[in-house]
Design a protein around this ligand. Structure first.
Ligand code: ADP
Length: 375
């Protein structure tokens, strides 16, 4: 198939509401003949992308996610994972232009809203035609491909005690710190609920590779978390918001069951340390005066995460699914949300539901696009 393969370079791109994800296929240099066929421009692009881990002010390569020995359209090579803020698409195009991209006749496969919004700019600036894919089709194709290629892709957070025993002291806070990450064998995944937490949230029931539908979603997603942390805690980056949340205490912000009952609400099995009213303490001016940025960031994270967890759980039980797979960049560098989701899934379902996570978090849509070269 190599003869009629589309010309290199091969990129898959997902231009999302917050982040643009770019997956680059670096062909393996099998022999001199192939190397010589590569034009100077292609060589420069390859070297530039693979030898750096930062591009311009905001572009980053996630070197820890790199996948070697991947075969696409009969070519062996390496997948590289690059991201930058979608607000910087203009700067990205300038950079691509300065590397000679415009001189290559090229089509790249792209998804996400930005594939529509920036279509004209790609043609004007770098002579690139965007061949557009549906983002949910691309997402699922990417998840299934990466998982098949990488035995370590899927994992879960194991509680220190069987889930039902977390029900008694030391309770949630202490329990969270003891969760450990364990690999999960995802070779027999169907059916499962796929929850993609990006700027917003989509939930899909996946019955088979080409049999899925979108069941639900919520606009309270990763964008909401970051937006509220900027407003409430003066954050200026996602990493800062996560770091603040990790050291904060949401119980100074949220009203708990015990704040209302003085203890557990025994009749309906609601423990005293459960949140009864998110941000419920913030009606009091004395409490507002005492609250820290860390506490506000933590409460925001807990509120957004638990809301997503509770919608996911309802969808899963409605659809009679046992496995819930979470992905999307909200979970990047965010073990706290993963553990909260794991806890919520098993606690509220009495152990029936399992929360699963994927190593390549937010890159599946972009991978799904890259796979179009394989057809
Ligand atoms: P989208 O396709 O909507 O951009 P993503 O899956 O890329 O969705 O996730 C975007 C979310 O990821 C943001 O709303 C934020 O919560 C989180 N995030 C993780 N890393 C970053 C980052 N470096 N900059 C901004 N947001 C980030």
């Amino acid at each position: 198939p190599e003869n009629n393969a589309p010309p290199m370079p091969w990129f898959g791109m997902d231009i999302g509401g917050t982040l643009t994800k770019l997956v680059y296929f670096e062909p393996r240099e099998n022999n001199r003949r192939e190397l010589d066929k590569e034009t100077e421009i292609l060589k420069n692009i390859r070297r530039y992308l693979t030898r750096n881990s930062a591009y311009g002010k905001t572009g980053r390569r996630d070197g820890h996610l790199q996948m070697d020995n991947v075969t696409i359209r009969g070519r062996r090579g390496t997948l590289h994972f690059i991201r930058f803020p979608t607000s910087e698409v203009g700067a990205f195009l300038q950079l691509a232009r300065s590397k000679g991209m415009a001189a290559l006749v090229n089509t790249i496969y792209a998804t996400g809203g930005g594939a529509y919004k920036f279509e004209e700019d790609f043609i004007k600036e770098v002579n690139m035609r965007l061949s557009k894919l549906d983002e949910l089709d691309a997402l699922i194709a990417g998840v299934l491909f990466v998982d098949a290629m990488n035995p370590q892709e899927c994992y879960y957070w194991a509680p220190p005690l069987p889930p039902h025993e977390v029900d008694s002291p030391p309770y949630l806070e202490a329990a969270l710190s003891q969760y450990v990450r364990k690999p999960f064998d995802f070779s027999n995944p169907y059916p499962f609920l796929l929850v993609n937490i990006g700027s917003g949230v989509s939930m899909l029931v996946v019955n088979a590779p080409n049999d899925y539908y979108r069941v639900s979603g919520t606009s309270l997603g990763g964008g909401t978390f970051l937006g509220l942390c900027c407003l409430l805690a003066g954050c200026s980056s996602f990493e800062e918001a996560i770091a603040l949340a990790a050291s904060g205490d949401n119980t100074t912000v949220d009203k708990l069951v015990r704040d209302i009952y003085g203890g557990d609400y025994e009749r309906f099995g609601l423990r005293g340390d459960l949140v009864a009213s998110s941000f419920g303490h913030m009606c009091s001016s004395e409490r507002r005066a005492k609250v820290s940025r860390e506490d506000l960031a933590r409460a925001t994270l807990v509120t957004i995460t638990n809301n997503i967890g509770s919608i996911a759980r309802l969808c899963a039980s409605n659809e009679r699914l046992e496995r819930v797979v979470f992905c999307g960049n909200f979970l990047r560098v965010n073990p706290l949300s993963m553990k909260l989701l794991s806890y919520a899934m098993s606690y509220w379902s009495r152990g029936a539901l399992k929360a699963l996570f994927l190593e390549h978090e937010g890159y599946f849509g972009a991978v799904g696009c890259l796979l179009r070269y394989d057809l």
